[in-house]
Design a protein around this ligand. Structure first.
Ligand code: IVH
Length: 810
């Protein structure tokens, strides 16, 4: 771009607006074609210098006729004004993830599952495509009337970031679809990635500029696409492969392979190693072929994706939670390397977990330099599992050891094994700290009341007084799946925590401009003092920072304001309560209208939680909940009694031994069971915990969390600042949301399972019997008593064909 500014502009004075338009269009076409030849065909037809000249000419026209900027097949979007931050884009069709498999058998199971679901006979051919799984980041490109209008990252799958200005600079991404026949609205989805060569070039430039290096091509691609300055994106040679679609106003083709062919015809790059198979052996052979070629591809792939080729069948198969039933990612096995463990450090997680981290002599594992790896927990380092079973045949891990490190795709590398033959003579077993390294509070391993086993993880008891937990909890609080407070970033939380401005979530909503600015300025000054000791910051950049600071702070505060109203599930997840992940938070938000209702439910559950004797018996090894409940119902069978056929309680000898080991002798066990029988949890607890979604472990974690006064008060303070909304539910808009549907008789066009899945996807409940509460009965041939029940209760009855028509419209 520097060259463009110093080069003399072509003389445009004789051009009229109309001539300029014509010339602009012509140049745009020419550049787009050159881009295509360069990136897709690897066959450029003009020199780089000639290409630069064309681009500069285009930019000069746009400078003289600003109306033309951003139009044409190859607009010079590099000059586009950077957005302050990325706006959000709600995906019309969610961007989902894929189920994973590593073993061949899992692929065979996948094929069998699909056939079963569709009731597809063994001898009837069923085609699957097999495509390389590109290791980049997914992007959704919305074309309207063939013109690129929006590009959005995946984000959380429902909502992504608007990166249109950046996507416009990616040569692989056509700004206009070529050819004909594209739907008026056509969302093309695919992967943005970097070639190995371009990745090396980017890192070389980062290094020369003293900037941090990217760990791998995917991170570099993500960092390049999610740039506030499109000029930076433009300087990074991102590439793109199209492989899926989102919202389309008309169908593109009947098959996945057909869609890919049409994509290619429209000028979208598609991966040339895609094939179609009707047999599992063919799919697996293709997988092995691609695995063998992997090192020579010139870009990262992490597996092969199989998809049912027929799109009508894809629709029938639908989704299980966030992944399609019709696709599977067959991933490549993890990569391994050997290196020396230089140190073991302890990180304190947001829930206070003490996490041992291996500091390694840097080693390349599958093309990525690794110097940190997880050691999971205390037992893992010692070589003892939570259940007392040996890990690595009992070999412990020590500083100085030579270890094997593995890395599979995205996941954090881990230390797998240790080579005892290379252990230094003076090494000593690692001593796991019993105090939190961040706050000095005691760090303990709790007994899990459900299993009676020691928790594998040692946790700090310092709660919110522990700086590591405070900062980590707050970072989690503002993170994407939590409050998602835009622009807050990790640095701000640390600064504000250190300055004492934000110690608990509610404080975020009580910030004011002046105090926030003081903290940020103090931080900047400290930083630049640090830098002055090292490399000098360019003056201009520093000044620009100062100018933008007020604006950035205002934006930050606006981001906080925007979250004063938040879906209940997000708030719950954001609190970072152990055991309450996103799925459980959603299950809770479905059941409780708001936080006070939930807290009342937790209080009631806490009051009717089992007594200590009940908790104790629940903790006896080898006595599971079913056996426990039966023992509490009918007591311990008398010693020596022959098991009577049909008798409800039968203990195996190891269960009996376990009770004796726990209570001392069988009489003590019997007495304890009698006491425990009177301390069983009450209805409120059971109602809370036994809904099939939340469960006792999460229930106990909630009870424990709210029993801590500082947690209860932090939540109360937060609720003074924010209002909760009911959970956002994708299906709530459909006509079937919340309706109860009953299927009866024989269905001819789909299996019962499939019909149930379709109904549930639309938000309906499927029930096995008809009552006055039933909303719809779908009756096939042979329907009997349920049909009569439907008449009795005046429930609407439709045929399978009618049902399919309703589904189509929903
Ligand atoms: S299909 C609904 N095809 O893998 C399924 N995904 O692990 C949509 N990916 O989020 C995805 N190559 O970012 C599909 N040929 C391919 C892919 C591919 C890479 C990525 C994509 C997706 C992730 C899931």
């Amino acid at each position: 771009m520097a060259a463009a500014q110093t080069d003399p502009s072509p003389d445009l004075s004789p051009l009229t607006a109309e001539e300029a338009r014509a010339e602009h269009a012509q140049l745009s076409e020419r550049i787009a074609e050159a881009d295509r030849l360069y990136h897709q065909e690897d066959a450029p037809d003009i020199s780089d210098a000639e290409y630069d000249r064309l681009r500069r000419h285009l930019e000069a026209i746009e400078a003289a006729f600003p109306d033309l900027a951003g139009t044409g097949a190859a607009s010079a979007a590099v000059g586009a004004k950077p957005s302050e931050k990325f706006a959000k884009v709600r995906h019309a069709v969610p961007m989902l993830s894929l189920g994973n498999a590593f073993a061949d058998e899992e692929v065979a199971e996948f094929v069998a599952r699909v056939r079963r679901f569709l009731a597809w006979p063994e001898d009837r051919p069923l085609a699957f495509t097999a495509e390389p799984k590109i290791d980049g980041l997914s992007l959704s490109l919305r074309y309207e009337k063939g013109r690129l209008v929006t590009a959005a990252t995946r984000g959380d799958g429902e909502e992504g970031e608007n990166v249109t200005a950046n996507a416009l600079t990616v040569h692989d991404i056509p700004q206009r679809l070529k050819g004909t026949g594209w739907p008026d609205t056509c969302e093309v989805r695919g992967e943005v990635y970097l070639s190995h060569e371009d990745f090396a070039g980017i890192n070389a430039r980062q290094e020369a500029a003293g900037k941090p290096l990217f760990a791998n091509p995917r991170n570099a691609a993500a960092g390049s696409l999610r740039q506030l300055d499109p000029a930076i994106t433009a300087s990074r040679p991102l590439r793109f492969f199209a492989y899926a679609w989102g919202e389309v106003s008309a169908s593109i083709a009947d098959t996945q392979s057909g869609v890919l062919e049409r994509f290619a015809a429209w000028g979208l790059p598609v991966n040339p190693r895609t094939r179609t198979f009707t047999d599992t052996e063919g799919m697996l052979a293709h997988y092995r072929g691609i695995a063998a070629e992997r090192a020579d591809l010139g870009y990262d792939i992490d597996g092969v994706v199989y998809k049912v080729d027929d799109i009508a069948l894809q629709k029938r198969l639908g989704f299980v939670s966030r992944s399609p039933r019709w696709a599977l990612a067959h991933k490549f096995a993890a990569e391994e390397a050997t290196t020396v463990l230089e140190d073991i450090v302890i990180n304190v997680g947001r829930t206070g977990s003490l996490n041992p981290l291996a500091k390694l002599r840097p080693v390349t594992v599958g093309g990525v330099v690794v110097s940190n790896a997880t050691l999971h927990n205390e037992g893992y380092v010692r070589g003892v599992g939570a259940d007392g079973e040996p890990i690595r045949e009992g070999r412990d891990i020590r500083v100085g050891d030579t270890v094997t490190v593995v890395r599979a795709g995205d996941v954090i590398p881990k230390v797998m094994d240790v080579n005892l033959a290379k252990r230094p003579a003076d090494s000593a077993p690692f001593v796991f700290p019993e105090r939190c390294p961040a706050c000095g509070s005691r760090a303990v391993r709790a007994v899990n009341p459900r299993t009676g086993k020691l928790d594998a993880v040692r946790r700090c008891t310092g709660g919110l007084i522990c700086p590591a937990q405070g900062v980590e909890r707050l970072k989690h609080f503002v993170s994407r799946n939590g409050f998602d407070i835009e622009g807050f970033g990790e640095t701000y939380i640390e600064v504000l925590f250190e300055a004492g401005l934000v110690r608990q979530p509610a404080d975020l909503f009580r910030l004011d401009f002046e105090r926030l600015k003081d903290a940020v300025v103090a931080r900047r000054e400290a930083l630049s003092a640090e830098r002055r000791a090292g490399a000098e910051l360019p003056k201009k950049a520093a000044k620009k920072k100062g100018d933008d600071e007020d604006k950035a702070i205002k934006n930050l505060l606006a981001g906080v304001e925007a979250r004063r109203s938040i879906p209940l599930n997000r708030l719950l997840f954001a609190l970072g309560i152990p055991q309450i992940g996103e799925a459980t938070a959603k299950a809770l938000a479905k059941r409780f209208a708001d936080m006070p209702a939930l807290i009342a439910g937790i209080d009631a559950a806490a009051r009717t939680q089992g007594g200590l004797d009940w908790i104790e018996v629940s903790a006896v090894p080898r006595i599971g909940p079913t056996t426990r409940d039966r023992l509490l119902d009918s007591g311990l069978p008398p010693e020596g009694a022959e098991p009577i056929p049909g008798e409800r309680v039968r203990l195996t000898s190891s269960q009996r031994d376990s009770l004796i080991a726990h209570y001392g002798d069988i009489d003590a066990a019997r007495a304890a069971l009698e006491r425990a029988a009177g301390q069983r949890p009450g209805d409120a607890y059971r109602a809370f915990a036994d809904d099939g979604e939340v469960g006792p472990v999460a229930t106990d974690a909630l009870i424990q969390f709210f029993a801590e006064p500082h947690n209860a008060s932090a939540v109360a303070e937060l609720l003074k600042e924010v209002r909760t909304e009911p959970m956002e539910r994708a299906a709530s808009a459909t006509a079937f949301a919340g309706k109860t549907v009953v299927f009866t008789g024989t269905l001819e066009q789909m299996t019962r399972n499939e019909a149930k899945a379709v109904a549930e996807r639309l938000g309906a409940k499927v029930s096995g019997s008809v009552s006055a509460k039933t909303d719809l009965v779908v009756a096939g041939p042979g329907a009997g008593s349920k049909l009569k029940d439907a008449e009795k209760h005046g429930v609407r009855v439709v045929s399978e064909a009618d049902w399919l028509a309703l589904v189509e419209r929903a």
